[in-house]
Ligand binder design. Structure first.
Ligand code: NCD
Length: 327
């Protein structure tokens, strides 16, 4: 199968073949990144614009470095110092970057659907611009879902990361699922790989309706728990998520201390898991809340640094696949 996707807006409709192409392409870019000269000319002369309307450390920097490693020119937009503060609309901002020759726009926004809106406008105007969702509201964060997938598959077979490696593996996703676009994207990708996904957290943050989200045709299953024990029992991987306090409009938790006592991942709670268990977290971490500080820094257990490193190869792969589609 050849690559055909023009925009990367979410993983909900990705096919297994697309994941495989992405994993293989990311793997070859990881090899490039291990060389002394960590750069290829694939996107030379193209302009990538980072339009982050919401704060970001990892994702924005990772897309920037990925674009540079592909020899593209990169523009970084910062809302606080932009004409948005003078009342310009988001679409007008996008059209301004279009007029400067942007070929790829990476968009993050606190409202779900903004990357889709810009992609639709770029298509209507027949610009040929590719749009990449860098995280939209509570909806999706596809590059994070893919870098998590790449990290897990690479751990199981570094030379040949592929979907089937995760078939039947138990993955617990712990914490604030309700507000998490990372969880949603991961549910789609893990489901496609045939993993058993167990969501766990307080009922206010893990609504039962998630159970209906994905029972697929791969034998994959999705479970909802409000107690840590059944979710962690024999888990191969534990993905912890940040409590997204900026998205909580009501009092959904008694206190952070109580949350940590019931749902925080500690050395003690990990005893329930499979002996080879590894922990993931997309960052930023509230140290000592969703995960104990010492666990986070333990390289034998934590994949957090690998996730960040994987992000560059995966974002190079995404930029490359959409950026060379019509060439
Ligand atoms: C996540 C995000 O922004 O959705 N972070 C990230 O991109 N690495 C998760 C979060 O903010 O908690």
């Amino acid at each position: 199968m050849a690559w055909t996707r023009h925009h990367i807006l979410g993983l909900a409709d990705w096919k297994a073949e697309e994941y495989e192409i992405l994993l293989q392409t990311a793997s070859s870019f990881r090899e490039v990144l291990s060389r002394r000269t960590k750069k290829v000319p694939a996107l030379q002369g193209q302009v990538v614009t980072n339009m982050f309307f919401e704060p970001s450390t990892r994702t924005r920097s990772s897309f920037e470095l990925a674009a540079k490693r592909l020899s593209a020119d990169i523009l970084n937009f910062a809302p606080g110092t932009s004409s948005l503060t003078k009342g310009e609309t988001i679409l007008d901002t996008a059209k301004t970057y279009l007029a400067m020759g942007s070929d790829i726009m990476v968009i993050r926004h606190k409202e779900a659907g903004v990357p889709h809106l810009i992609a639709a406008e770029m298509d209507r105007l027949q610009t040929g611009v590719n749009v990449l969702n860098g995280g939209d509201g509570q909806h999706e964060h596809p590059s994070q879902g893919l870098l998590d997938l790449f990290t897990l598959c690479s751990l199981l077979d570094y030379e040949n990361p592929r979907l089937e490696l995760l078939k039947g593996k138990k993955v617990a996703i712990v914490g604030d699922i309700l507000h998490s676009r990372v969880a949603r994207s991961n549910i789609w990708s893990l489901r496609s790989a045939g993993a058993q996904v167990h969501l766990v957290g307080p009922p206010t943050l893990v609504p039962q309706f998630f159970a209906e989200m994905t029972v697929g045709s791969n034998g994959d299953q999705l479970f909802v728990h409000w107690q840590l024990e059944p979710a962690l029992k024999d888990a191969d991987f534990v993905m912890t998520l940040r409590l997204q306090k900026e998205r909580m409009t009501n009092y959904l938790l008694p206190s952070l201390r109580e949350y940590h006592q019931s749902y925080g991942i500690t050395r003690d709670s990990l005893k329930l898991c499979h002996p080879h268990v590894k922990i993931l977290h997309p960052g930023p971490v509230n140290r000592g809340v969703e995960i104990s500080s010492d666990l986070m820094d333990d390289p034998a257990l934590s994949l957090i640094q690998q996730q960040v490193t994987s992000g560059i190869a995966v974002r190079m792969a995404l930029l490359y696949l959409i950026g060379t589609l019509n060439s």
